[in-house]
Design a protein. Sequence first.
Length: 768
Amino acid sequence: MAEALRHAPTEAWRDPALPVAERVTDLMSRMTVAEKIGQLGAFWAESGRPGEQVAPAPDDLGDPPPLEGVLADGLGQLTRVFGTAPISPADGAARLRELQEQVAAGNRFGIPAIAHEECLTGLMTWTATVFPAPLAWGATFDPDLVEQMATVIGTSMRRLGVHQGLAPVLDVVRDYRWGRTEESIGEDPQLVGVIGTAYARGLERSGVVATLKHFAGYASSRAGRNMAPAGMGPREFADVVAEPFVMALRGSGARAVMHSYCDVDGMPAAADERLLTGLLRDELGFRGIVVADYFGISFLETMHGLAGSQGEAAALALRAGVDMELPTTRCYGKPLAALVESGSVPTEVLDRSVRRVLTLKGELGLLDGARPEPAAPAEDLDPPAGRALARRIAEESVVLLANDGVLPLRAARVALTGPLADEPHAMLGCYAFPNHMATRHPGLPLGVEIPSLAEALRAEVPDLTVVAGSDVLVTDDDIAAAVAAAREAEVCVLALGDRSGLFGRGTSGEGCDATTLDLPGRQAELARAVLATGTPTVIVLVTGRPYALDCLAEGAAAVVQAFFPGEEGGAAIAGVLTGRVAPSGRLPVSVPRGPGGQPGTYLQPPTGRHSQWSVVDPAPLFPFGHGLTWTTFDYSELDVTPAAPTDGVVQVAATVRNTGARAGTEVVQLYLSDPVASVVRPVRWLSGWTRIALEPGQAARVEFTVHADRTSFTGRDLRRIVEPGEITVAVGRSSTDLPLTGVFTLHGPVREPGPDRVLTVAAQVTPC
């Protein structure tokens, strides 16, 4: 007993047996103002180094300060130790250990920093598995698979000593011209919420902090321009933009949120107390940390014009509820300290954020003297199991848009041509390391095997002629060579799409917004020339956004869509082309007919559709939820509970049968409509879905359990309500192909469901 007392901690905060809240209270009582502020800042050694931009940054950023100069008062975060330059896993882990030892030794409490990394398509570091981009996650309609991927990603991060991942992106796509469409999951808040929640849950399950972003409205920017103002009313904000965050906060245990760059109705998110405190914390009950998007606090001064100095920007953000400044300390350093010391920023406002940060550090073991575990010298960040999972996700994400029977390929002589025919980078989004850092490190090997479509298809089509284009924007020589190759072939496969990059260094990606939805450069001209040869042509699109295809799809024998499918994307697309893979992907975004008419998502009210009052028809060429496979499915025997109270549940059941000669997977989709409501409602909205694999002739009974909360919306007084009345049910293959329809009636009083409302629809599948 005496021995135990002799070694007991003398300060309560050091005792891991005590509740974290008690430890944090004791620790804060011992800290100076400067030490508290130190916990809110970050260090990024590469932030001011010369080279191409990898994040938006103020013009006056300058050279980064030496780490030694920021350590005396402690440090909140270490930024992208693995993800800023090519580094081996062992060297990265050693560097992180070294930095953490410096951080801990530099402050009198010995507290290390939270280490964060990007992880949108896997841990964004050299030699790590590159998984498909988020738009491909949405195309799978498979949250269980996405959760499995996130768990794998998080496990590798935690082994290396990384604590926080800056994903998932929960922005609902509103305008496809936005360059970061590739980073989003889709255009429907339910799809984004369910898939995004699954990713966040997988990351958290592995012990890594998930960061929900960008809160909120980022993807609603005018004209699809990055960081441009967003114009929308509070009803659209609540029912479309905020809904995936509500779902993920409830269902994933995510412990971090990142604010959006843009302003909504004149208020930047980083300074919006009603958003970051009123909605996020008071209403939704969030208890984690809010982190700044990179330099987002500085932008209150340099971009938005809300602050006249770094100190004023810091005060605005801290009061609003931004707890930590990323990626490096500018405003939450001496400028903030001066305002706290003068009394301009109340100590309790500072303490509020410090408590949140230290609480998270306590949960992560960083108050216990914890250090990153050393990675094995030969740590493999792209193991066979990771590649197999990447391929499975890629295969499930490929969408067969159209097919006149030319697929699966049976021809003896096949030509593969186009700008993306033999380009490994084409499989990757802008937050994959090889693309993110390509211009900073020219000539750098990819780090992982990324077979191009040509390499993958050669393995399955022996007599394949490859005539690859020279440039994603297409030259005269590219067109001539492709036409010549098509004329000599029985079938031509034309690979078109994007090259993802950052800030103008790509046709898709952050800062690479588009003015129209025409295919990049002269790709449409190339496609028309190839189609004019008369050779049956399969158009393969590998893109970060949907493009207008009206002028091409009619002449094509088949159209295949992939959304940056990752390192195994070439093999996945080749498998679909040859029939080795039965396509099961569905569109997470609509494919438009023409290049204009934005926004064009399916989630529109009646007046957003074609009418006699306008010559413009915004109907998509291929609708949200659409996708074909090698077989057909029949829908029958719809059964709907006829009535329920406004706090009740209805059952919606249907029989789905494989009526073709091959096995296949159907994504059964349930949509609801509210024909008469107190405010304008969408024509229909996705309520639930399930994936069903059926053999030829096999049938299954699908039953959805729909709570009345799934009909709720923001009413006239901006409170969420469930109204009595008739609700229409539709079940089928896509948002426009719905062979089964029915109705149920909600009765009783208007009800106001709270944040604990039922957000999802359960599906049960029973073989017939």
